[in-house]
Design a protein around this ligand. Sequence first.
Ligand code: SAM
Length: 309
Amino acid sequence: MLDEFVKDKFERPIISLRITITNRCNVNCLYCHHDGMVTSREEMTANELYTICKIAKKLGVQKIRLSGGEPLIRKDIVEIVEKINSLGFKDISMTSNGILLEKYAQGLKDAGLNRINVSLDTLNRETYEFITRKDYLESAKAGILKAVEVGLYPVKINMVIMKDINQNEVKDMFEFCKENNMVLQLIELIESENCDDDKFSADYHYKLDMIEERLADIADDVHERKFMQGRKKYYIDGGEIEVVRPVDNSTFCANCSRLRITPDGKIKPCLLRNDNLVELISHIRAGESEEELTKIFIDGINNREPFNQ
Ligand code: SAM
């Protein structure tokens, strides 16, 4: 229908769609913001996810990211990727905790998954168990190494930095990433109404300024990712560190090109808000035409506004 991507009222192009395909998870991280979603047990079928992606593709969306909850908990995860891949996106990626990845990595690669981000905040067993409240560090590491082996390239490690918990582990994690040809993403802890424990994010929030200053000092090169919320990428000794700072960073909103879908099938215009969702799945289930569904998608895009304004 449209040959270029649509833009919102603030001239921000919509390039990527992040779909939360389940709220279920096999860990219970202390800080989890549940991807900004109100928790719900509802899920969409593989066919419904296909329809959503088809409309998004028509509107010019180029990239799909599947997230959760834990996306690998869905038994039909390979089928979901296969169906979405048949639509011809430039990029299909996933965010996972890696625990079930050793089993699924090859199947996902064959189905058309291009790359994966795996959340791993620490290499220390006790700290891992403190954060996730589960004993799966070794499974997560095995999953990560399998993803590298099958070529889900680049494998990125998502590390949320927490004061007095893992702020001193950046160097070790960077070495682990460099050794295995992976990119390290440092994420600033977001305070969220969805966290199980609000006090946790307040107590452990750690501003990434000092870490970024240090990275800037030692980096061989620095790039800014224009359409990825203005994130900075630091190239150091043949490795890469990317910094994700949704807090205290007005460029995060200015450069946001991402729309989200909740597990119960609503369009979510902003990571940090739940008051402007647009209902989509009931229209798909009612068998409405692609034209009608496209209009609903555009309503969702029209609801986008920078959080910091
Ligand atoms: N289960 C998958 C995983 O562990 O990657 C996908 C869902 S998880 C909600 C997606 C990402 O959000 C993870 O990288 C996680 O570290 C990050 N995240 C969750 N809560 C956060 C918070 N309060 N602040 C910053 N990042 C957070």
